[in-house]
Design a protein around this ligand. Structure first.
Ligand SMILES: [Zn+2]
Length: 196
């Protein structure tokens, strides 16, 4: 266990920078290292094992409501942890709501994605290719337009034909991509999309 130095303890006000707990504080290093920002964060014994494993633990779900504060922390490494955790839980309503409210600078998003990309790339390589309604292959980051009105499940709004959806994400199921419409992340059926 790496002992935190006094500079880190002072920055963190002697509390876990994620949940403000004060039990067995130790250093958690955000990977990969970053040229601009310090990778060190101060975390407690509840947060640390969770951060070290990539396991989703539904029982710990409530613990992570603390991210509503942590995501506004001024320390870049803490923002990166917050963003990664919110992404991990983004199937949950609370995490989705926080992601909608949150603001992360471009370099934070890049850093957060940099750590995840190793696994993500391995996965996506095995996935079947995703095509739009014209048979054009879609990739994560592409922009698409809707070619018909779509009811959005779980909401009262209709995504109108012609709506531009920026920065979609392909998923394992080639019949759908993930995209944000009206600030909500939804699954879009690829047969109703055209690459923009
Ligand atoms: Zn904590």
């Amino acid at each position: 266990m790496t002992q935190p130095d006094s500079a880190l303890l002072n920055r963190a006000n002697h509390k876990c920078e994620i949940c403000e707990g004060d039990q067995e504080l130790s250093v958690f290093i955000v990977e990969p290292s970053n040229e601009t920002h310090s990778s060190e964060t101060l975390v407690c014994r509840v947060c640390k094992p969770e951060l070290e494993s990539a396991q989703e633990d539904a029982a710990k779900n409530q613990h992570w409501f603390c991210l509503q504060n942590a995501m506004w922390n001024e320390v870049a490494a803490v923002k990166v942890i917050s963003l990664r955790l919110l992404n991990r839980f983004k199937a949950e309503r609370w995490a989705q709501d926080l992601l909608d409210q949150a603001y992360f600078e471009e370099d934070i998003i890049e850093w957060a994605n940099a750590g995840e990309s190793e696994n993500a790339t391995d996965d996506t390589n095995d996935w079947p290719p995703t095509f739009d309604s014209n048979g054009t292959q879609l990739a994560t980051g592409d922009n698409v337009t809707l070619i018909r009105d779509l009811d959005v499940k779980g909401t009262s709004f209709v995504a109108k034909r012609g709506t531009l959806v920026r920065g979609i994400r392909v998923i394992e199921d080639p019949e759908y991509v993930e995209g944000r419409v009206n600030k909500i992340t939804i699954m879009l059926k690829t047969c109703f999309l055209k690459k923009a």
